[in-house]
Design a protein around this ligand. Structure first.
Ligand code: E4P
Length: 228
């Protein structure tokens, strides 16, 4: 468990896979636009299948691009057929609160053997319903929860307790990272995974005092005159 990379940037996916520090990748339409996904469905399939191949057997979350029931079902079945490790992201409800999404989630998991990552969750309540519907992953947007003045860590803890007590299979992913401290804080609160943008994952690694300490080691190492 632990860290997913929240990115559609192939270079970043390669980079952090080589370090061995990520256990999957999450994408969404906003991330894909920012990371330069072009070419419509053909471009989406090319990028997502390349990422899936780079990280297998780790999971790659690919989000549907419609909130129409039939289109969500069709896309979910099509996208999941692109690679064995593709998980389908479905928002917990539509832009006007449409509950049809929950039917789609339940149908995909129970009848189509498609693994679903229910996304855009803002509360433990939403996460519980998504898990009861059969979701494989439930994604809480931690940064957005905190932006609203609520405590994401509290929501994570409540949801984790409920999943454990009711023995529900769903794993908690917390996304919407805003600060380096989010990762350890949200894992400590009970998240199975935190999906982290590349900038913050880099920030977790590089520390100014470590840079100063290593400079000191190398300066003194040179004084030892260790020759090859
Ligand atoms: C998870 O993959 C979410 O889609 C993503 O982290 C959302 O982040 P944002 O709230 O910064 O858009």
């Amino acid at each position: 468990m632990a860290i997913f990379l929240d990115s559609g940037d192939l270079k970043q996916v390669r980079r952090f896979m080589k370090m061995g520090v990520i256990r999957g990748v999450t994408t969404n339409p906003t991330i894909l636009c920012k990371d330069g996904c072009r070419g419509g469905m053909k471009g989406l399939k090319k990028l997502e299948t390349e990422i899936a191949s780079l990280i297998k057997p780790f999971p790659l979350s690919v989000e549907v691009t419609s909130n129409d029931k039939k289109e969500m079902l069709d896309q979910a079945i099509e996208f999941s057929g692109w690679a064995e490790n593709i998980v389908i992201k479905i928002p917990v409800h539509g832009p006007e609160g449409e509950s049809v999404n929950m039917e789609v989630i339940h149908q995909l998991e129970s009848r189509h053997d498609v693994r679903v990552n229910v996304t855009a969750l803002m509360s433990a309540q939403q996460g519980l319903l998504a898990a009861l519907a059969g979701a494989s992953y439930v994604s809480i947007f931690g940064g957005r929860v905190n932006d609203m003045g609520h405590d994401c860590a509290e929501e994570i803890g409540k949801l984790r307790d409920l999943l454990d007590v009711f023995e529900l299979k769903a794993k908690i992913i917390v996304g919407s990272t805003r600060e380096i401290s989010n990762v350890v804080e949200w894992l400590d609160a009970g998240a199975h995974f935190v999906t982290v943008v590349p900038r913050l994952l880099e920030g977790m690694l590089v520390h100014p005092y470590t840079k100063e300490t290593v400079r000191m080691f190398l300066a003194d190492a040179r004084k030892l005159k260790i020759k090859r």
